[in-house]
Structure formats: structure tokens, C-alpha cells
Design a binder for this molecule. Structure first.
Ligand SMILES: [Zn+2]
Length: 244
């Protein structure tokens, strides 16, 4: 998976990038961009390709926002910060994790490698330099109530449980919710289905807390849900969350 496989505009000025198994996004506003999550290190080539396709270059990226600091979300963040000289925003709850280069839930992966979908994910990790993530040492603090002034004007919603510092970004004028791994729209263990769901307990640092956090999304109503894993989903989040 050396390069990003596709770019799709899935909502007004929001582009889905990444690979078959994980997503990161570009938000466009007034000819400037915000990058949300950064895949694996090898996805850097994909970013450059996407910018070219859309008629932008690195200087047009104003900021990088991270939903959390798992290795498959911070892959090229350090490189982007350095090369584009821009701020990388992350919730303080995940700062140490980012400084350590991601820290994957290895034990859970080992126990679940008998599942074909998990094995395929691990193969992608290995093929994408996912075991040697450059540490993200300098981050700006993402906190609810002090939203970063970046293209797309995302509102920060803290949803601890998947990791301590997991956040979602809500774009009220576009009714888009970029939820990181607080929710996926595919079953991570089988890679089937297309509905909002928690990741398996072995991928969450606190599964109960992850479930409790979902209540914070109910008032958003109808959204286009853009997860870290799985296809976009459109609907009323209150209905979807009730099943979790
Ligand atoms: Zn994650």
C-alpha cells in the first residue's frame, strides 16, 4: 500500500483518502486545506498525489488535526509538520502516545490474528511502515470548547474510550462528523457490514467509556459520518447509537 488508492469528494469540500482499510480526510475551505488524520507513513506519497489532483500544494495545507494517536492515524503527521511547517493538533490525552510513535494494541492483534480480516490488516501495517511511526513530538492542544481556527472550522467533541484523547470533528455547516475510531462503519473483525458501531473491545483502552461517550453525539441528529475505518454513512446518529 505505497500510495493512496483513491480520492472521493464525499461531502461538500471533504475528500476521503487512504486505503481500502483506513481513511484520512482533506477538508477544503476558501482554497485552503485541513488534513484530518494521516494514515501510515507510506501514505505521504498519497497526500502529494491528492494535492496534485486537486490543484493544491503543501503550502495550501493550514493545519493537521488528529482524532487520536494510534499508529494508523499519525503515520505522516511528523513529516507533514516538518515539511509544511504547520501545527498538528491533538488532544492532550493522547500526547504521550504520539510522542512514543503510536503504540498499537499489540496483544489484541496477536490474539485475533486467526481472523482473516485482522491478518489482512496486519499485513497492511507491515507493508505501510506501520511498525515504525515517526514520533509526533510537538502538538497543539485540542480541547472541547476551544476549537482550532482552521479550514472547515471543525468543532471538537471529546469521546474518550477508544483512547483517552479520542476526539471527533463536527462541521456544522456541512453536517459532517469525522469520528476517528470512536465509531467505525464496518466490523473490524470480519470487514463486513456498513453501519455505525464501536470497534471491538480489544481495540479500545476502555470499552465501557467508549460506549458512554457515544451519548455525546446523539444531539447531532442527521450527519454524514466519516470514520477511520469503513465507508461513509448517512443517517440519524441517535438511532444508530441506540443499538450500541
Ligand atoms: Zn484507533
Amino acid at each position: 500500500m505505497a500510495t493512496t488508492e483513491r480520492t472521493v469528494e464525499i461531502a461538500e469540500g471533504v475528500y476521503r483518502c487512504g486505503s481500502q482499510r483506513l481513511n484520512w480526510y482533506l477538508i477544503e475551505e476558501n482554497d485552503e486545506l485541513t488534513v484530518v488524520d494521516t494514515g501510515f507513513p507510506t501514505h505521504w506519497e498519497g497526500l502529494i498525489g491528492q494535492l496534485d489532483t486537486l490543484g493544491y500544494d503543501l503550502a495550501d495545507i493550514e493545519a493537521c488535526l488528529l482524532t487520536h494517536a494510534h499508529p494508523d492515524h499519525i503515520g505522516f503527521a511528523a513529516q507533514l509538520r516538518e515539511r509544511a511547517d504547520l501545527p498538528v493538533w491533538l488532544h492532550p490525552g493522547d500526547r504521550e502516545r504520539a510522542q512514543a510513535g503510536g503504540q498499537p494494541p499489540l496483544g489484541g492483534f496477536v490474539k485475533n490474528l486467526w481472523r482473516p480480516a485482522v491478518l489482512r490488516y496486519l499485513i497492511e501495517v507491515l507493508q505501510s511502515d506501520g511498525t515504525s511511526i515517526p514520533p509526533v513530538r510537538m502538538t497543539e492542544p485540542l480541547e472541547e470548547g476551544s476549537d482550532p481556527d482552521v479550514p472547515g472550522q471543525p468543532q471538537v467533541i471529546h469521546l474518550p474510550g477508544h483512547t483517552d484523547g479520542e476526539v471527533a470533528f463536527y462541521l456544522p455547516d456541512r453536517e459532517v462528523l469525522l469520528c476517528g475510531d470512536a465509531l467505525a462503519t464496518v466490523d473490524f473483525e470480519t470487514w463486513r457490514g456498513n453501519s455505525p458501531q464501536l470497534l471491538p473491545p480489544w481495540l479500545n483502552v476502555d470499552d465501557d467509556r467508549a460506549r458512554e461517550s457515544l451519548a455525546r453525539l446523539e444531539s447531532l441528529g442527521e450527519v454524514v459520518l466519516l470514520p477511520g475505518h469503513g465507508d461513509p454513512w448517512t443517517g440519524d446518529l441517535a438511532d444508530a447509537i441506540r443499538g450500541e
